[in-house]
Design a protein around this ligand. Structure first.
Ligand code: NAD
Ligand code: UGA
Length: 477
């Protein structure tokens, strides 16, 4: 083997770097794995002896951390030192949408990637393999290579091989996705470097699931994969309103179309719109790249996926207001679920943020409960839309109240809005909740998870996304 790998450094201890390296450590006991980050608080949490203090919640993660941390898996802020010891370096830092300057609102902000490349160039030893784990615009490897290959008087003999190895895990199922991936994608043009990375994955992934491509196809495939997934959600969500108008039911439609193997049954759950840190940013980036190359039709096609997503959350807020007799000013509304999907504490781009913001603007008092999102995070996400004295006080003239259970969120509320599909919301005690609420009371199920018959029996007015069969009576779609 031209590149024997004994020591790995992963830059970025986030939602990707932490779980991915935990799995590497589990299956590669002979390799020392250092996960480094500039963020001191995050590293402190990764090293916490109390496992429920880990910086991210991911089912199955605590066990793997407890079994491997301190053996061959280490978390630290010693970025330079750990880079200098590594045979292979993964770049797993954030690549959010640019907030200002050229391409603001669309292009990826590559300042963290640029910083990593410079750190690697300065501190890495000769013949290091650098692996792009972060999701990047196509051709970023070229930029990284230019920075790495810039003349370095201190170390004239340094040379680097760059690979693209995008990550396809989904939050909430990251451990299963990492242990049983549909595929592992490796792009590059140095066969020995590619073989070194394949050799690592072969310890737990079947050979036929490891795909190799050129660098640009690998980088681009990651963006396109996310674009196709998000497009399915916008497609099904665009039909929810039509179902509500025509008396059809989106659940039935999803099953009917998904039974065609050419379409497939996955990723057809209607909801309040996709959230998460990546879909919007990656499609925005795709739109930016297409426009950059003058491919305006391609750009407009993908832009529509984002537009429908925005429309879906606004549509839900409007439906809530209209059903509550046209005004929610001063009314209490219980929000059940704040994370962008179940089984994660991540709130980045959560549809709950947009919907809560719109309800607050209409004057509602929100009582928010999520099983895993901590109070501070909810306050941080929503405080820009409130005056300080409107936050988190149980007295009735405050607009944002953190609740520690579904019951607490229901107390004195006029409506409940289910925004995340947590298991515990599938089986709520509707009778108990109805007794706590102000009559007439409503439930708005944006995830189609509740037992509506039970809710109706307890006197709830029920609205469910994409369900036109509920149109009779006083439901306003
Ligand atoms: P994150 O924000 O959770 O973590 C990134 C970490 O990198 C942060 O803790 C930050 O402090 C650290 N960092 C930034 N610059 C650094 C530097 N120069 N040196 C040391 N540390 C540095 O991000 P994430 O969700 O883990 O995503 C990382 C990348 O992976 C992104 O490109 C994202 O698009 C991609 N991705 C994310 C997911 C996901 O589910 N979150 C899935 C697949 C791919
Ligand atoms: C997504 C992709 O699924 C991963 O393959 C990819 O690696 C990752 O983005 C990334 O690059 O960051 P993630 O965002 O963690 O993963 O979660 P998803 O399960 O894709 O859900 C995204 C959003 O779509 C959530 O808000 C979810 O509720 C919503 N969704 C998903 C639906 O509304 N309906 C569905 O049928 C599926």
């Amino acid at each position: 083997m031209k590149y024997p790998i004994k020591n790995i450094c992963c830059i970025g201890a986030g939602y990707v770097g932490g779980p991915t390296m935990a799995i590497f450590a589990k299956y590669c006991p002979d390799i020392v794995i250092n996960v480094v980050d500039l963020n001191k608080d995050r590293i402190k949490k990764w090293n916490s002896t109390k496992l429920d203090n880990l910086p991210i919640f991911e089912p199955g993660l605590e066990k793997i951390i407890s079994e491997n941390r301190g053996k061959n898996l280490f978390f630290s802020n010693k970025v330079e030192e750990k880079i200098s010891e590594a045979d292979m370096i993964f770049i797993s830092v954030n690549t959010p949408t640019k907030e200002k300057g050229i391409g603001a609102g669309q292009a990826s902000d590559l300042k963290w990637i640029d910083a990593c490349a410079r750190q690697i160039s300065k501190y890495a030893k000769a013949n290091t393999i650098v692996v792009e784990k972060s999701t990047l615009p196509v051709k970023t490897a070229q930029t990284i290579k230019q920075i790495l290959d810039a003349p370095n008087n201190d170390f004239p003999d340094k040379n680097f091989s760059i690979l693209s190895n995008p990550e396809f895990l989904s939050e909430g199922s990251a451990i299963n996705n990492l242990e049983n991936p549909d595929r592992v994608l490796i792009g590059g043009n140095n066969k020995d470097a590619i073989d070194a990375l394949i050799d690592i994955y072969l310890r737990w992934v079947d050979k036929d699931k490891i795909l190799t491509t050129d660098l640009w196809s690998s980088e681009l495939s990651k963006l396109i994969s996310n674009a196709f997934l998000a497009q399915r959600i916008s497609s099904i969500n665009s039909i929810t309103a039509l179902c509500e108008k025509t008396g059809a039911n989106i659940k039935e439609v999803s099953i009917a179309i998904g039974s065609d193997q050419r379409i497939g049954k996955y990723f057809l759950n209607a909801g309040p719109g996709f959230g998460g840190s990546c879909f919007k940013k990656d499609i925005s980036n795709l739109v930016y790249i297409c426009n950059f190359y003058g491919l305006n039709e391609t750009a407009s096609y993908w832009q529509k996926v984002i537009d429908i997503n925005q429309w879906q959350s606004s549509r839900i807020s409007e439906i809530i207001v209209r059903n509550l007799f046209g005004t929610i000013s001063g009314k209490k509304i219980g929000i059940l679920g704040f994370s962008f999907k179940a089984n994660t504490n991540d709130t980045r781009e959560s549809p709950a943020i947009k919907i809560c913001k719109q309800l607050l603007e209409e004057g509602a008092i929100l009582k928010i409960y999520d099983p895993k999102v901590k109070k501070e995070k909810i306050l941080k996400e929503l405080s820009p839309y409130l005056y300080l004295d409107e936050i988190d006080n149980k007295s009735s003239n405050h607009k944002l109240i953190y609740s520690s259970s579904a019951e607490e969120a229901s107390t004195d509320s006029d409506a409940l809005v289910i925004l995340t599909e947590w298991d515990e919301f599938k089986d709520l005690n509707w009778n108990k909740l109805s007794n706590l609420m102000r009559s007439p009371y409503w439930v708005f199920d944006t995830r189609t998870i509740i037992n509506i018959e039970d809710a109706k029996l307890s006197g709830f007015n029920v609205w469910r996304i994409g369900d036109g069969t509920l149109k009779k009576g006083d439901i306003v779609n």
